[in-house]
Design a binder for this molecule. Structure first.
Ligand SMILES: [Mn+2]
Length: 301
């Protein structure tokens, strides 16, 4: 007991006035050279839910390097965590990856979404090199001004069906749960990840109609505020679409489709589909180096 306390005190003294040691631990040696981008946007990670594809995201973040990283909302799912704590160590690893990127010089801007709306009270502050904001203006390498916003504010503008009603819908949460079970079986059969829920969403007429009018509503707002384009997330549907003189970008999500939006050094934007590119193969290996003895690994709801 005494020894344990002594070690704790020593460790505390050692750390005082310093940053955590893990920030400087080098990455495991990979065979892939890092892909370099000017900017990367990711959103709708929903940390704290079973649906979150944390392993796939860690694999992606290890494979890339960027000057600016935008976290476009719904990064942590406060709504889900309020109902019961669920935080496996893979979710800690996502947080550590992002903090490491910030530590190594990437500018990280976190725009709060509706599932992490509790962070909106902290807009304007920085934590561990991560700047919190309500929205941001991004200027591309080719000089276009883009509004960056999570996008939940546009739910109400859409006339057909409110996305919230759709998201909160029992059918949709059952679909997400089915997607987890479905992919657990596929993994056991050594088949690549395939999003059942993303597929269904493209087939359900109401969802398709909603997505179309949502995109239009977001684009209209950006036009009226004088932007050249808008980047959002929220509806879990990655897209690059032109609307009369304005470009609508959606970076997708890491619950269903595992996608990101990226800008290269010439200002060209593209959607990165990590499942299509890797088949999710490297995802389990991505977490191999993570210390599973950590307490979080036992956190099951
Ligand atoms: Mn959202």
């Amino acid at each position: 007991m005494r020894d344990h306390v002594d070690t704790l005190l020593e460790r505390q003294a050692e750390r005082r006035g310093r940053i955590p040691a893990w920030l400087d631990i080098p990455d495991p040696k990979g065979f892939r050279p890092k892909r370099k981008y000017r900017t990367i946007w990711i959103s709708d990670i929903h940390l704290g839910t079973r649906g979150c594809n944390a392993a796939m995201l860690v694999d992606f973040l290890r494979a890339v390097e960027c000057e600016t990283l935008y976290l476009v909302g719904d990064i942590v799912d406060g709504w889900r965590l309020r109902k019961g704590w669920y935080w496996p160590d893979a979710h800690n690893e996502v947080v550590r990856r992002i903090l490491k990127m910030a530590h190594r010089g990437t500018r990280v801007i976190f725009i709060a979404g509706n599932h992490d709306e509790m962070l909106r009270d902290y807009a304007g502050l920085s934590f561990g090199g991560v700047e919190l904001a309500l929205e941001a203006v991004h200027v591309t390498a080719d000089g276009r001004r883009l509004l960056v916003t999570h996008g939940d504010a546009f739910d109400g503008v859409v006339l057909y069906a409110k996305w919230l009603a759709f998201l909160g819908d029992k059918a949709y949460s059952m679909l997400l749960r089915a997607n987890i079970a479905f992919n657990a079986v596929r993994r056991r059969l050594k088949m690549p990840y395939w999003s059942l829920s993303a597929y269904m969403k493209k087939k359900v007429k109401n969802a398709v109609q909603f997505i179309g009018s949502y995109e239009e509503a977001v684009a209209n707002e950006a036009t009226s505020r004088g932007f050249d384009g808008v980047v959002c997330g929220h509806i879990h549907c990655a897209e690059i679409r032109e609307f009369a003189g304005i470009t609508y970008y959606n970076d997708g999500d890491w619950v269903e489709s595992c996608t990101a939006l990226a800008e290269d050094f010439a200002g060209t934007m593209s959607i990165i589909d990590w499942v299509a590119e890797t088949g999710g193969e490297a995802a389990s290996a991505a977490l191999a180096g993570v210390d599973h003895a950590a307490e979080g690994a036992r956190a099951e709801a």
